[in-house]
Design a protein. Sequence first.
Length: 453
Amino acid sequence: MNTISVQMDLPGPRSQQSLDKQLARESTAISYPKRLPISLEKGLGCYVQDLDGNVFIDFLAGAGSLPLGHSHPELVAEVVEQAGTLCLGLDFPTPAKERFTDAHLSMLPEGMRDRYRMHFCGPTGADAVEAAIKLAKSVSGADEVISFRGGYHGCTNGALSLTGNRAMKKNVPGKMPGVHFFPFGSTSTSTASSVLNRAQVDAALLLESALEDVNSGLGNVAAVILELVQGEGGVYVADKDFVERIYRLTRKFGITLIVDEIQTGCGRTGTWYAFEQYGIEPDIFVTSKGTSGIGLPSSLMFYKKDLKAWPSGSHIGTFRGNQLAFVAGAKAIDIIKRDAVLDNVRQRSDQLIKRLVDLRSDFAILGEVRGMGLMLGVEILDPLTGNVCETTAAKLQQRALRRGLITELGGRDDTVLRVLPPLNVSEHTIAEAMGVLEQILIEQMNDVQGAGQ
């Protein structure tokens, strides 16, 4: 399973049967199979196989939770061995947990390792966000939170309240009060969508003026929560000057700065954490997706030791002691160090960006290429108007699947084609995937030109 092989119309008969059963029995909130109608049987590395034997390159990679790809044999061996010893340990100390803790602390910048504590959260990143907000409020005694337009922090009540996507929230009453949204200062210069960019607004100045103005409407602010790359929001990268100024403002006003590294963490952006590239030290940062290395549930909150208002039992959860995730995560860090995986992230990122930019010059469908490391995205445009186009993006996603490439869409109205491969993806696999992309762009443009004749 090391190359694309799609031998039939999708979904194939066995996948269709499985999808029909799912639709009849599961919640109507399922999402991925509605846009990617296949039923998965197995995966290895960057490739997955469906029930009908079709093989795809997986550039979704468990929504970024498979930094070493599917079923990495060394991680599988660790999990199998641990499963016969201890699977769940609550928050008791165990050898597996100690090894995991040592491994993750070792990946922090050297000056930070002794100044932060780790809190083991429930199985999802959203739980870590909830813990971070709870801690910030406990420490400060304040109750309001500043978030940013385009941000995504999860689907639990508090995390959803911090999320910018209005469609996700419109039918959910009783959201967490006291959340204020400000423009996100990104490096984007695109004018293809309605998103504000740095040519239109000084985002940091707007927040500064609100904090300084006694009539701004802000109350007692406990925290600022920030993504450094807004993945779900459209792969917008935070501008360095914007981040530095936000950091200074939180120091000036004594506000807890929370950096959400749920998707950017564990090497996704080319450094272990994205904040390393901005020269800041957040008061709290949270991570989840890549922590186990193999897609097993695990989420973490790191916080400065001087944040003391966190007594026993303040934030608990049964599955925070996932020993299988611990042994896999520790081994994944060993492999990432041994195999220089972060170097590969930067090299493959350069390869992808160059190829995407080259394709953009040939196809009017492609707009701005954005992102860091192997967390990339490209705007999909209507070639006639130059505006972002949801319909074209959806068609490209479907064409890619039929040609053997799994991708996801993000951003406003799902108009950004996201590229989120495993961190150890090879030069060959990227070339194969970009070959598929070029092929479907040709098909799409031929359709556009044919319709115009």
